[in-house]
Design a protein around this ligand. Sequence first.
Ligand SMILES: *Cc1c(COP(=O)(O)O)cnc(C)c1O
Length: 366
Amino acid sequence: MTAPKPKPWIDAIAPYVPGRSTTDDGRKVAKLSSNENPLGTGDAARAAFAAGATSLDRYPDAGATALRERIAAHYGLDPARVIHGTGSDEVLHLAAGAFAGVGDEVLFVRYGFSVYPIAARRVGATPVEALDKDYATCVDTLLAHVTERTRVVFLANPNNPTGTFLPRGELLRLHASLPSDCLFVVDQAYAEYLDPADDDGAFELAQNASNVLVTRTFSKIFGLAAERIGWGYGPAPVIQAMHKIRAPFNVTTAGQMAAIAALDDTAFVTHSREHNDRWRAWLESEIASLGNAGLRAIPSKANFILVLFEGKVSAEQAYKELMDHGYIVRWLPGQGLPQALRITIGTEAETRGLAAALRQIVGEAN
Ligand SMILES: *Cc1c(COP(=O)(O)O)cnc(C)c1O
């Protein structure tokens, strides 16, 4: 008997691997594997979410009007050009879906966000990876891979899983050299963790150029990962095309309400950024002190650090032993990074505990 056959480009997808929250034997441990906010969700967002329980019988506002207007007011944007998604993951898929297809190429850096190759293959396009420069985005290498078939370029800034940041001058240079019929998607999932002086200029491009889309999420600093709310901003024709393939009621009522409250709770966001600045710097110095054991942290502007293991203890060994100590981090052999662990900045206790465990693990082996 024959059976339904997935399209060959769907067969070619390597499934997304989420960060784990339990060990092999099911123990609950500190989860430092998904770049969530270790301080949780702000009180205002939590209360707004609870208020959403009074209208569970009704469909949500399909246009997420109040949320889009609040986002536009907060960032000084045109609400008609804001598109909401089931997480920014959906927005990334919509971009690929509306602008790439069979025979087209979708370009991004090696060690980029693992959703990009999935979004490309899902629509039958060919993912193309450009080499990095010591784990950071290299504009010249990206540009060298642009062909007449390149339809979408994805750039996460800061990048996941490396934490590296492409400064404004480089980002503008990349955009200026891209063909204007190629959609340039700047994924700013971690933008709220940046020093405001580190504006990469992408919103300005999205406002004025014909081919730039910026994406944001409520999953990271806003502490609403469970609710799946992201958004994008770009030229009206780009946004209109993406709306055509967006699922009609893609963001829940409670989620829309929680996101509005989270956006207004600037004290929680500021507190979260300051916590991250402090403990990321602290963890970076701890990793630096383990340099003799072959550990090296890639300089990060996000809420995680990519740590390379170039000594006696491998990343795989450290990953497993950290789990025994009660810490789950991200080991990324499936993304070509068997030599690295991506570690989310946790609470003070988690970050101190993780560093102590790491020190013990590499100390015992040296
Ligand atoms: C976490 C992350 C996202 C956001 O995903 P959501 O679907 O909004 O939860 C997008 N891009 C990058 C690079 C990320 O790391």
